[in-house]
Design a protein around this ligand. Sequence first.
Ligand SMILES: Nc1ncnc2c1ncn2[C@@H]1O[C@H](COP(=O)(O)OP(=O)(O)O)[C@@H](O)[C@H]1O
Ligand SMILES: [Mg+2]
Length: 345
Amino acid sequence: MRRGRRRQFGVLPRTPCKIARAFMTLPDYAIEAKGLVKTYPASKTMAEKKALKGIDLAIPRGSMFGLLGPNGAGKSTFINILAGLCAKTAGEVSIWGTNIDQHPRAARAAIGVVAQELAADVFFTPRESLETQAGLYGVPKAERRTMEILGALGLGDKADAYVRALSGGMKRRLMVAKALVHQPPVLILDEPTAGVDVELRRQLWAYVRELNARGVTIVLTTHYLEEAQELCDTIAIVNHGQVVACEPTRQLLGRLDTKAVVITPQVPLTVVPDLNGFDGKLRPDGRLAITFKTQAANVEAVLSAVRAAGVGIKDLSTEDPDLEDVFLALTYNDPNAQDPTRERA
Ligand SMILES: Nc1ncnc2c1ncn2[C@@H]1O[C@H](COP(=O)(O)OP(=O)(O)O)[C@@H](O)[C@H]1O
Ligand SMILES: [Mg+2]
């Protein structure tokens, strides 16, 4: 469905290039997948693998969308199908309102994809690399913004350096730069911060946020829960090739009606005392975390149980559930569930 015209185009607002102008009509969804299936056929060494088992996803235009799931969930397979790097087995996909089977070139011109694997043309400089990419997308010379993009990604002074002389973090940023040469209205990043240091991560996210604020739809996959929780306005959780949840982040976090009271006991505990039916866990730092259902109990009831157990309270705080709790709750009955990584500072 198309609606209206946009006044301003995303990545680089004032004078959009020819390709960018082609995407000035606005679909409601940047990406729509219906019944998407991918089965990798068996090979000599590996059995057949059903990587996507019927994915339905609608990624709203303008969102900062997180595709979250443990390793092997099917995130990269999904992205690679969008990028045209992998053929789907069944289902329908539209990018910016254009069906990828009917108009593959037009559909793909609407996205810039930063793949999970670090790939760099070692014989080119960043400037040449971006110029070549622009050429592949048919961006006329006069409309190229090579230096502007390199500058925005902090690579301005590396424009003429050999790519093999760049650090891993710089190569990653160069990949993002390449994905932006044709000013796509949708930028897809597959695990862009895996193995990337904290400072670079911060820079990359600041830039991605800026793009999003200018109207670019961002889709990112990650297995870092905290990253997704902090950045994304909408999150889909995938597990074993299926979408188990897709909601605004706040709503997803609100799904669990649990809270925890965390107590520092006056005297260190060696075992969890009987807490009148409440579930308590001793943390490695010696604090006692007691979870309760907000529908059924409250902090006062928890504290009464703690006092009744004879535990003196030195300090206390409460905690709301985070994405890890939600993820575990959603995959709780799955014996093969694998925890995604939770970053610990
Ligand atoms: N080229 C391939 N051939 C066979 N199996 C594959 C291939 N690529 C991925 N898989 C399998 O498909 C599943 C999903 O993989 P992937 O999409 O990479 O997951 P994620 O990106 O979420 O970690 C995994 O079990 C993986 O081993
Ligand atoms: Mg992956």
